[in-house]
Design a protein around this ligand. Structure first.
Ligand code: ADP
Ligand code: MG
Length: 251
């Protein structure tokens, strides 16, 4: 069975709306001798509400795949569509909640303004954006810190603000790129609890790249990337359509 057939098979599941469908994605970075093939022939279907841990060694292509799923990058070849999101989310703030590994708050804006920003960019009224930002900050336990600047936060607090910013827009999809990678284990646990709890409350799909096996084990579906190829390491959810393990060739 080809990877495209596999992707189509995912769409056959009766209950799921397809948020994203990828067919044969390849992404080559750089040129000439510096050329790196970060992803090779990746096909997958992300259904509504699916919780996926994206695992694999450093440099295997996890961030490249997340950037493509978010519409932040384009594949060198292959196709990606976002049927359940009304098209490419790039340039449409409020559609996908993004959480990155490192600092991502805008330094001149206070915490509330940072969380409200995607709502304002999505044309929410100022008062409503502020109310929703404050509610999201309450959800992550930081409602007292709304007027602080990012530089006045600890790493764990800043990451909780980033989670609040992602969930304030009430997205159908949250993409998180090693969101706990720079935190100690106690703060990593807090951030993970918040992300998983928010995804559950919102019924949002979640794709979470992580090196942390304990965190990956909390998600029902595991997509593993190795040398730019995607395999399903474990699933207890449906639907899923990345290539079968037998399609994979080692480089
Ligand atoms: P991961 O997130 O799993 O660590 P990445 O997707 O960041 O992996 O990277 C996959 C491969 O692509 C790595 O070899 C990395 O060095 C390379 N790569 C990623 N981004 C770029 C870029 N902008 N330019 C050149 N090479 C890149
Ligand atoms: Mg990465």
């Amino acid at each position: 069975m080809s990877t495209t057939d596999e992707a189509r098979r995912g769409s056959a599941a009766p209950t799921a709306t397809e948020l994203i469908r990828c067919s044969g994605l390849t992404r080559v970075h750089g040129r000439g001798p510096a050329k790196v093939t970060a992803l090779r022939d990746v096909s997958c279907v992300l259904g509504a509400g699916m919780r996926v841990a994206l695992t694999g060694p450093s440099g295997s292509g996890k961030s490249t795949l997340l950037h493509l799923l978010a519409g932040l990058d384009r594949p060198t070849s292959g196709t990606i569509e976002w049927p359940g999101l009304g098209g490419n989310p790039f340039g449409r703030p409020g559609v996908v909640g993004l959480v990155f590994q490192g600092p991502s708050l805008l330094p001149p804006l206070d915490v509330t303004e940072n969380v409200a920003l995607p709502l304002l960019l999505a044309h929410a009224a100022a008062g409503e954006a502020r109310e929703r930002a404050l509610a999201a900050l309450r959800e992550v336990g930081l409602h007292g810190l709304g007027s602080r600047l990012p530089e006045e936060l600890s790493g764990g607090q800043a990451q909780r603000v980033a989670v609040a910013r992602a969930l304030a827009i009430e997205p159908k999809l949250i993409l998180a790129d090693e969101p706990t990678g720079q935190l100690d284990s106690a703060h990593a646990q807090e951030v993970a609890d918040l992300l998983l709890g928010a995804a559950t409350r919102l019924g949002a799909a979640l794709v979470l790249a992580t090196h942390d096996k304990a965190l990956a084990d909390r998600l029902p579906i595991r997509w593993r990337v190795a040398n730019g190829r995607l395999e399903v390491a474990s699933t207890t959810g449906t639907p899923v359509g990345p290539p079968a393990a037998g399609d994979r060739t080692e480089d």
